[in-house]
Design a protein around this ligand. Structure first.
Ligand SMILES: Cc1ncc(COP(=O)(O)O)c(C=O)c1O
Length: 418
């Protein structure tokens, strides 16, 4: 199959933020994996002739690759607003980043999260973690966290302060709704807890800045940020990461290995958790997109995306047989993601029909957020009084390269299902 650039789009001017695509195919599944930005493809193509080992060779090619990898670390860290003493650890994706953080928790740490999270931010946490109910609105999330952290602190007893980590999403992968990250961070700070933000869905749509939000850890996936090639990142406070056992044991993570089986000293810094040959191309691709986004007018991109999102949601709202899923209410701020059901139709069949007859790609299922998706399906049935809603949902998601025509084609195809 030949890859070509899509024609000029509404969301990005021609340039590094053009996305690759196949003419005729309408991709409305960015929240799963976004298409590749030209910046990422170009950066990888430019480096490929030089491709060699990273941190393992003295040759000119290796030195260049090592430099490219470490520059990528700096670029990604800067893009995410890290503090000078934060670590920037390359991972495979957000799931990997949050699992790494889970393994780096100090002894006795409690993790507090909400039931609306993606499985990547529900399942890695240790037994004894607290899962708060999905709140009705953003203010409810802040109140619930405040109460839970207050209770945890009282339970710890005087003079016995065990570490607490709050782990929340920046934007829901089911509804696109944004979570009040800065407010939640303030609450965490007040209770001397740390906070980690799963920015897998937020970072592709809005600037995310660790310092400005005053958060401790942040995880993103390159493949959702227009940078395929398989790198993600965990950024944040160095102390827990440097004190934890290495995420992977092996070459590159050590400072000394003796002859005896367990005679090993692990290095500190990002390398402690990056044993083995790193994913150079993934890191360079991600850094290239970070550079391109940093140079772009993000306000204009945001406005264009919001206009398309409004077109999509208004269109769905006008179809009597289509019902939107939501947690926080219709007007809550959100990124370019909409989940919905078609009354009387199984979602997997609708998704297959859209693909086969309209060349439209959407996601169907429970979106790796089973507790939330099930709850929202039940809420949609209660809100509409309909008994013919299916047990799984559909999701359309947009971003760079999405156009009004793409949205209208989906709406027309859904209308024809009436
Ligand atoms: C909010 C959120 N967090 C985490 C993940 C996991 O991302 P990955 O599959 O790249 O590890 C996803 C993926 O859909 C997501 O939407």
């Amino acid at each position: 199959m030949t890859l070509t650039l899509t024609p000029p789009t509404t969301l990005a001017p021609a340039g590094p933020l053009d996305v690759l695509g196949v003419p005729g195919q309408i991709n409305l599944d960015y929240a799963a994996s976004a298409p590749c930005a030209r910046a990422a493809a170009d950066a990888v193509a430019a480096l490929l002739p030089w491709y060699a080992s990273v941190h393992r060779g003295a040759g000119a090619l290796s030195r260049r690759c090592t430099l490219a990898y470490e520059r990528a670390r700096q670029t990604v860290g800067d893009f995410l607003g890290t503090r000078p003493d934060d670590h920037v650890v390359f991972t495979r994706n957000t799931t990997d980043a949050l699992n790494l953080l889970a393994r780096a928790l100090p002894a006795g740490a409690t993790v507090v999260t909400f039931g609306g999270e993606h499985h990547a931010n529900l399942l890695p946490w240790p037994r004894g973690s607290v899962r708060l109910p999905v709140p009705a609105d953003a203010a409810g999330a802040v109140r619930a966290l405040d109460a839970a952290l207050g209770e945890l602190r009282r339970g710890n007893g005087p003079g016995r302060e065990l570490p607490v980590l709050v782990a929340v999403t920046g934007a829901s992968n089911v509804t696109g709704e944004r979570w009040p990250v800065a407010e939640l961070a303030r609450v965490a700070r007040r209770h001397r807890a740390r906070i980690a933000v799963d920015a897998a869905q937020l970072a592709p749509h809005a600037p995310v800045d660790v310092r400005a939000l005053d958060i401790d850890y942040l995880a993103v996936s390159g493949h959702k940020l227009y940078a395929p090639f398989g790198a993600g990142v965990l950024v944040g406070r160095a102390d827990w990461l440097d004190a934890a056992p290495p995420y992977l044991a092996g070459g590159g993570a050590t400072s000394h290995v003796g002859a005896a089986t367990h005679d090993v000293r692990w290095t500190t810094g990002p390398a402690r958790h990056e044993a083995g040959t790193p994913n150079l191309l993934g890191a360079v691709a991600l850094a290239a997109v970070c550079d391109a986004l940093a140079a772009a007018d993000r306000g204009a991109l945001h406005d264009a995306e919001q206009a398309l999102l409004a077109r999509l949601r208004d269109g769905i709202g006008a179809l009597p047989h289509v019902v939107e899923l939501r947690t926080f209410g219709p007007d809550a701020p959100r990124v370019g993601i909409v989940s919905f059901v078609v009354a009387g139709r199984e979602s997997d069949e609708v998704a297959a029909h859209l693909a086969r007859h309209h060349d439209i790609g959407v996601r169907d299922g429970l979106f790796c957020a089973h507790p939330l998706a099930r709850r929202l399906l039940a809420e949609a049935a209660a809100r509409t009084g309909r008994r013919d809603l299916p047990p799984t949902a559909l999701r359309a998601s947009i971003g760079l390269g999405s156009t009004a025509q793409h949205v209208d084609r989906l709406l027309a195809a859904l209308a024809a299902l009436a």
